[in-house]
Structure formats: C-alpha cells, structure tokens
Design a protein around this ligand. Sequence first.
Ligand SMILES: [Mg+2]
Length: 241
Amino acid sequence: MHCDLLFDLDQTLLDFHASERLALKAVMEDADLTFTEERYAFFKQANKALWLGFEKGLISKPGLFEERFRRLFEECGCDTSGIDLLRINSDFIDCMSHNGVLMEGVPEFLGKLEAGLPDARIYIVTNGVERNALGRIRSTGLSAHLDGVFVSETMGTAKPAREYFDQVIETLGDPGECCIVIGDSLTSDMLGARNAGLTSCWFMPRGDIPEEVKKYDINYTAASFDELYDVLKEFYDKLYA
Ligand SMILES: [Mg+2]
C-alpha cells in the first residue's frame, strides 16, 4: 500500500496560460502578425466557446483546431483562404509542448514532499491533449518527480467521470482510501473525486468557499503550497497511523 497523490496538472503544478501565451505569440510572429493582449484575449474567448461546442458534439476536434485560428487571423484582418490553419495549430501545440512553465514554488514544494512523505507516490491526472501535456511535463523537469501520468485523451474517458478515476485506481492497485485528488477545478477535479468517492483537496480556492466545499463534498482546501504540504502530510500520517 502507498499514499497516492493525484495532482491535476494545469493551474495546479503547471501554468497553462503562461505556455499558451508564449506559443500564441510565437505562431503569430511567424505569420507576421503582431501579438497584443487584446488579440490573446480574443483567442482565449473563441477557444473557450469552441471547446464548449466540442463538448456538446457540435464541432470535431480538427474542426475546432482550424476554426480557432481562422477566427483569430480574421480578427487580425487576414484573408485565411490560402493559409494552412491546421499546420499553424500544430506549430502552436508543438511550441506549447516544448515550453512548459511551472507554477511558482513547485520545485521547493516537491522537494519538501519527497523529504516529508517518503513513501508517497506522485501522479498527474489531467484532461487534454497527450502531446501537449507530456511535452510540457518533460520540458520543465517535472517528470523526474512523477510515478505516472494519466491523460484523458489516451484513456478514452475524462475527469469528472467516475470511469476515469476507476481506471486510475485500477492501474495503481491501491484501495481508493490511499488516494487524494488535488486540483484547482471544481467541475473536473472536485466533482471527479466526489463521483469516485475519493478524498479531495481544492487548491487555490476562490469564490464562496464554504458553499462550494459543501456542494462538492470537499475534504480539504489549500491556498498556497505551504498549506497544501500540511494537508498532504496530515493525510499521509493518518494513512500510515
Ligand atoms: Mg487545473
């Protein structure tokens, strides 16, 4: 039996937005377009709307990949008829996957975890594109600290589905009581933990915290890596008591 720490990736250990911003700037400059904060905000908004459409089955993934750059380039005044938008999307994902950015304080936090919770195993549970997630993990050196990575794209199921966590637990071979899910998202991480009956810790909580804690049956909250360490140490000590 081990203590299994199941960390969400984006805005928990890695800064997705920092990588995305960097990659968007690079592909726009390659296309002789000027990167501005307004254009970045436009892209994010279009992207978000398209992903919602994808979740509802209104657009395919390649369709989404093409359409988000069509909208951005048209916003910049470009005629997109002769542009290979899927190639631009592929350059964008490549660039992101080589440029992972750790959240501030992660190296110190992981060092503390490995010293204070020596028998714990560290896993990533993430929704998204495998190439992008694994590349960013590798490029930051995070891989050296991990015992495994579970990416929804290759599992055929995603957080918050119970099946996603059932697959994770089956692979780990430990009882669910040994696992704690740590993440910033209520609707994927906290709801997923609740669906699978796992202990949860809401990282960087915001909004009406008591209300959300009740709604999602959250066990712990942590507003910094120091607080998160204390939570995990408590969970670990209880498990091995
Ligand atoms: Mg997240």
